[in-house]
Design a protein around this ligand. Structure first.
Ligand SMILES: NC(=O)c1ccc[n+]([C@@H]2O[C@H](COP(=O)([O-])OP(=O)(O)OC[C@H]3O[C@@H](n4cnc5c(N)ncnc54)[C@H](O)[C@@H]3O)[C@@H](O)[C@H]2O)c1
Ligand SMILES: [Fe+2]
Length: 429
C-alpha cells in the first residue's frame, strides 16, 4: 500500500462528519415533516452488499484453491477467452485449483462485450462437464459471462429473462473470479452486462444473486495489460467512481469509496499506463477499481454508463473507451443542475484539481483521456462503426437502460441525442 496515500485520504474526518451531519439533518427534517411513523413503503437508508471473500496482493491467487474447495465444489469450469487461455493465466489458475483437489475443465469462448450466444455456449459446457463452480479468469467480459451463466444454471430459462433489476429467484451456482483488468469491478458488483445482437444493445442486469463468492485481485494477472487496455479499463474505473458519487443512491458508505477511488485513479492510472511494470501503480489501481466497483454497485451508475451500453452494443467498441469519450460531455450537461454541481465540486477536490469547480472536472477528465491516448471525439473513437444517424435509436436504448434510473436528473430524449452529437463533434457546451 502506498504510504503517502495512506497519510492523505480523499475523504477527511471533517468531511465524514459533514456527511453525517447532512444525513442526520435530512432525517430529522423528514421526521419533523411526517411527525410519526413513515408512511412510505421505502425504508430510509441504504443496502450495502459486498463480496464474501476477496484476496488482494501479489501471489494472492494461491489463496483461491483452498477457498473454492471450502465451497464444497469438486468440479470447476474455468471461464476465459482465447488470449488468456494461451498466455498461461488460465493454466496458473488451473494449477492452484487442482492443488486443492478440484477437477477442472476449460471454456475459452469468451469475447469482449460477451453476447447471449457466448453465455449459452458457456452454460452448455458447464452442464456437459457437471461444473459445480465457475471460475472466471479475465476482465469484465469473462467475469460477466460466468455470472450470467451461473444465474441461468441455477434458475433456468434464458439470460434475456433476467434483464433489469433483481429478476432471479435464487442465487446462481458459485462463481469465483480472478480479475485480470483494472477495471470493471465486476468481481465485486451485483451487475453483469450481456450484449444482445438481435437488438444491437447491451442488457444491464442488476441482481445480488449474481455476486461472486471469491474474488482475487492479484497484480501478477494485470501486469501483462498493454497501455491501451490499461488506459481504457482505468477510465472505466474512474467513470464508476464519479457516477457513484453523483448517483441518486449515493450514501456515506459509497461516498467514502467513490471519492477514495477518484483520488487513487487520478494519481496512479497515468503511472500504470506510462510504465506497466510500475508495481505500486498497478497495485493501487487493483484496489481502486475494486473500491470503485463497491461504490457503484451500492450507489448506482448513471447517464454515462446508460449511453455507453447503447453505444457498445451497437458498435462493439471497448467499454472503457465508450465511457472515457462520453464522460466529459455528460458531466458538462450535468453542470446545469445545482445538486450535481455540488457533488462535482467534491469530485474536483478528490481529483486534487487546483480549481475546485464542476467545469474543472469536465476539462480534466477530457484532458486525462487525451493524455492516456484515448480519442477525445466519438467520431474518432468510432473507427467507422457508427454514424450520427444512429443517435436517436441509441438515445432510446440509453433511456431504458437500468443505469439511467439512478442518474440524479432524467434527461429528455433530445438531450441524450445532443450529448451523443457533442461527443461526436468534441464540442463542450
Ligand atoms: N459487471 C460489471 O459490474 C461491469 C462493470 C463495467 C463493465 N462491465 C462489462 O465488462 C466488459 C469489459 O471488460 P474489461 O474492460 O475488463 O475488458 P474485457 O474483459 O472485455 O477484456 C478486453 C481484452 O483484454 C484482454 N485482456 C484481459 N486481461 C488482460 C491482461 N491482463 N493482459 C492482456 N490482455 C488482457 C482480453 O483477452 C480481451 O481481449 C464489458 O462487457 C462491460 O460492459 C461489467
Ligand atoms: Fe463500466
Amino acid at each position: 500500500m502506498n504510504q503517502e496515500y495512506r497519510r492523505s485520504p480523499a475523504v477527511t474526518e471533517a468531511e465524514v462528519e459533514a456527511i453525517v451531519r447532512r444525513v442526520l439533518a435530512a432525517r430529522s427534517g423528514s421526521r419533523a415533516e411526517t411527525a410519526g411513523p413513515r408512511e412510505s413503503a421505502e425504508p430510509e437508508g441504504c443496502r450495502i452488499q459486498a463480496v464474501k471473500t476477496g484476496f488482494f496482493g501479489r501471489g494472492s491467487v494461491r489463496m483461491l484453491g483452498p477457498e473454492v474447495a471450502k465451497l464444497g465444489a469438486r468440479r470447476a469450469l474455468i471461464v476465459t477467452d482465447g488470449f488468456l487461455a494461451g498466455s498461461g493465466a488460465a493454466d496458473r489458475v488451473r494449477a492452484v485449483l487442482e492443488a486443492s483437489g478440484l477437477r477442472c475443465d476449460l471454456f475459452a469462448g469468451v469475447q469482449p462485450n460477451p453476447t447471449v450466444q457466448v453465455v449459452e455456449d458457456c452454460i452448455g459446457q458447464a452442464r456437459a462437464c457437471g461444473a459445480e463452480v465457475l471460475v472466471a479468469v479475465g476482465g469484465g467480459s469473462a467475469i460477466d459471462t460466468a455470472k450470467a451463466a451461473s444465474i441461468v444454471l441455477a434458475n433456468g430459462g434464458r439470460v434475456e429473462d433476467y434483464e433489469g433489476v433483481g429478476r432471479s429467484r435464487k442465487p446462481g451456482i458459485p462463481v469465483a473470479a480472478v480479475n485480470t483488468t483494472a477495471g470493471t469491478g465486476s468481481e465485486c458488483t451485483a451487475f453483469y452486462i450481456v450484449t444482445d445482437p438481435s437488438r444491437g444493445s447491451k442488457m444491464a442486469m442488476i441482481d445480488p444473486n449474481c455476486m461472486v463468492a471469491v474474488a482475487v485481485n492479484d497484480i501478477d494477472f494485470m501486469i501483462s495489460m498493454p497501455p491501451k487496455l490499461t488506459a481504457a479499463t482505468g477510465m472505466d474505473a474512474l467513470t464508476h467512481a464519479i457516477e457513484a458519487a453523483c448517483a441518486s443512491g449515493a450514501n456515506p458508505y459509497t461516498d467514502h469509496d467513490a471519492y477514495w477511488a477518484i483520488t487513487a485513479v487520478t494519481r496512479f492510472l497515468p503511472r500504470a499506463v506510462r510504465d506497466g511494470n510500475d508495481l505500486e501503480a498497478r497495485e493501487m489501481m487493483a484496489y481502486a477499481e475494486n473500491i470503485a466497483g463497491m461504490a457503484f454497485s451500492n450507489a448506482g451508475l448513471g447517464m454515462v454508463h446508460a449511453m455507453a451500453h447503447a453505444l457498445g452494443g451497437h458498435s462493439n467498441l471497448p467499454h472503457g473507451v465508450c465511457n472515457a469519450v462520453l464522460l466529459p460531455f455528460v458531466l458538462d450537461f450535468h453542470c446545469r443542475d445545482a445538486r450535481l454541481r455540488a457533488r462535482l465540486t467534491r469530485v474536483a477536490e478528490a481529483m486534487e484539481l487546483p480549481e475546485r469547480s464542476p467545469e474543472a472536472v469536465v476539462r480534466r477528465t477530457r484532458a486525462m483521456a487525451e493524455e492516456l491516448g484515448i480519442p477525445v471525439t466519438l467520431r474518432e473513437a468510432a473507427e467507422g462503426r457508427l454514424t450520427p444517424e444512429a443517435f436517436p435509436a441509441l438515445a432510446d436504448l440509453a433511456l431504458r437502460d437500468s443505469c439511467m434510473a439512478t442518474n440524479l436528473i432524467t434527461p429528455s430524449r433530445q438531450e441524450v441525442i445532443d450529448t451523443y452529437q457533442r461527443a461526436w463533434d468534441g464540442r463542450l457546451l
